[in-house]
Every structure is written in C-alpha cells, then in structure tokens.
Ligand binder design. Structure first.
Ligand SMILES: C[S@@+](CC[C@H](N)C(=O)[O-])C[C@H]1O[C@@H](n2cnc3c(N)ncnc32)[C@H](O)[C@@H]1O
Length: 312
C-alpha cells in the first residue's frame, strides 16, 4: 500500500523549491520557508497529479504560461492557503468591536454625515467572520445596510464561493450560542444554511491583499479586521499590507488583528488602544501622532486574553 506521505516519486529540487516559493510569495505573500518545504511539495504534487503533468518543472511552466491551459494560479492558491475559521472566533474582540467601537461610531454618526459604519473582513475565508459581525450587529439593534455595511474579501476563490453559499458544518459552530444558530440558520441533512437576510448583509469580493490597483477601488473603512492572515506572510509583505490598511482606514479608524499577531517590527503608524474587552490598533487622528513607538512596543508585548468563548 502506498504511504499517504509519498508524492508518487515527485521530489522538489532545491532550485524548484526556490522557484515556486518565490512565485507564490510574489503573487500572494504566502511564505514557504525550509520548514514548510515538504508541505509545499505535497500540495504541489497533488496539482501535478490532477493535471497529469508528470513533473514540477512542467507544472511551473504551466503556471507561468497560461496560454498552455486555463489560468492555473488561482487553483494553486486554493491549494496553498490555510482557511481555518469558525463563527465567533476570538469572541472577546468581537464584543469589543460591537459594544465599544460600533457604539462610539454610532454616537458620532452625524460627524460621518449619517453614512453607515464601513467594516471590512480582510481574509474572510469561508465567511464565518463577517457573518459573525453581521449577526452581532443585528443583535445590538444595528440595521445592516443602514447602520453598518460589512465587506469581506479573500484571495481564495473556493473559499469565497463557500462563503457566498453560506452552508456550514457542525465544526464552524464550536463557539456559537445555540440560540443564535437557531435564529440565523436552517438545518438540512446535518448542514446549516445561513438565512437569506443574513446572507444579504455581507458583500463578498475577490481580493488579493497585494493587489494595490484593485484595493484602490475599495472605499474608506472605519474598521478593518485582518485576523490570522498576515501570520502566513513574510515580513516585507506584512509591512506592505499593514501600510495599505493604514491608507484604507479613515483617521481614527480601527485595525483588529488576531490574538497571536501584533504590529511590533511592522509599523509605528498606528496607536494601541486599550478597550475594556481587548486591545486594538487605531489610525491616529490628524495632528495626533501615534504614541512613542517604545510605548507601543511595550504595551503590545503585554499578554492578551486568549479567551475566545461566549461572555464571562
Ligand atoms: C486562517 S484564514 C483566517 C480567516 C478569518 N479571518 C479568521 O480569523 O477566522 C486566512 C485567510 O487568509 C486568506 N489569504 C491568504 N493570503 C491572502 C492574500 N494575499 N490576500 C487575501 N487573502 C489572503 C486565505 O485564503 C485564508 O482564507
């Protein structure tokens, strides 16, 4: 019997490994170093087999020359991204978003000319994160489309298609209050379909965070959630993406990263804000420089609550 760990005799040479790693990093920011070499090899081998190409060199040629077949790069990206997510992930931070940031923004609504709060889930995977924001906003009495507009994007076409369908397995609900699941989903054959109303609350767009020209089309945001995405990038890409978020946020707008992520060594343009439920980053208002970077670094190094669960 064949071991699931063999790649049908396909082994990446050092040169092939560097060629693929460079190509993938340039296109998507995803960083495959020596430690993840075997993972890359396994995933590439799957595509080589599916396309019956016989070698990594032939596969590389195929990617670089889309004239020799349908554009393969999106399929490779689908193969390489890590899409782990679930509803109400890092719940304490979502509570801070709704109870503190949204509440403040609603209070200042006049200053925004009455327009809705724009919130963007950047790297939304199969949609659990933006749908969680939409559910919590509704629960807080905010009207989607009127009070808040939720945008969500991902580089993976397969994940976006899943998000748009809105059909989920049990695992996506590991941190979900059963009452909310009953309210916003319909069960069919042990799968859960999101309600049409909630589905309409989120605008999904295909977007590579490295594609500046497409990014320029996005409107200015009040809040950007980019959680558990930049951990997969090399340091230059992280800096580039954070800089883009700075440009996309209105002054005073908030940036929410995942609990294991921080801006240390990436940017000093943001200030760290201590909310009751969490610490978040904020683009300073004009004339208010981000606090001394040393203070930011010291504060960011403070342990953050890892508590994901439903309310203490
Ligand atoms: C681990 S998931 C995080 C999902 C969600 N934000 C959460 O925290 O549960 C990371 C997502 O980032 C996406 N991603 C990776 N590189 C990207 C890029 N260059 N542009 C846009 N999305 C990207 C992946 O496709 C994946 O769906």
């Amino acid at each position: 019997m064949k071991s699931p760990l063999t790649n049908d005799g396909l082994t990446l040479t050092d040169t092939e490994f560097r060629m693929f790693a460079d190509l993938i990093r340039k296109h998507s920011g995803l960083d495959f170093d020596e430690a993840s070499r075997f993972l890359l090899e396994r995933r590439l081998a799957r595509r080589v087999r599916e396309l019956e190409l016989g070698s990594f060199a032939a596969y590389h040629y195929r990617i670089r020359n889309s004239s020799s077949g349908p554009d393969e790069l999106p399929n490779l990206i689908d193969e390489l991204t890590t899409n782990e997510t679930y509803f109400f992930r890092e719940y304490g931070q979502l509570r801070a978003l709704i109870d503190e940031i949204f509440e403040e923004l609603q209070f200042d609504r006049e200053k925004r000319g009455g327009r809705p709060i724009n919130v963007w889930s950047a790297g939304c995977s199969s949609g659990e994160e933006p749908y969680s924001v939409a559910m919590l906003a509704r629960e807080a009495g905010l009207k989607p489309g009127v009070d808040v507009h939720v945008y969500a994007s991902d580089i993976s076409r397969r994940m976006l298609s899943k998000a748009r369908k809105g059909v989920y397995r049990e695992a996506s609900f590991r941190e979900t209050d059963p009452h909310l699941r009953e309210k916003y989903f319909i069960e069919k054959d042990r799968l859960w379909q999101i309600s049409d109303d909630l589905k309409r609350d989120v605008d999904f767009i295909h977007l590579n965070l490295l594609n500046n020209s497409k990014m320029a089309l996005l409107r200015t945001m009040d809040v950007i959630l980019c959680r558990n995405v930049i951990i997969y990038f090399d340091i230059d890409t992280k800096c580039q993406v954070i800089e883009t978020f700075y440009e996309k946020l209105r002054p005073g707008g908030h940036l929410l990263l995942g609990h294991s992520e921080s801006l240390i060594n990436l940017s000093t343009s943001f200030e760290l804000r201590h909310l009751r439920r969490d610490m978040v980053y904020r683009r300073p208002l004009p004339g208010m420089d981000a606090a001394n970077p040393w203070n930011i670094a010291a504060a960011a190094a403070l342990p953050r609550s890892d508590h994901d669960g439903i309310d203490e």
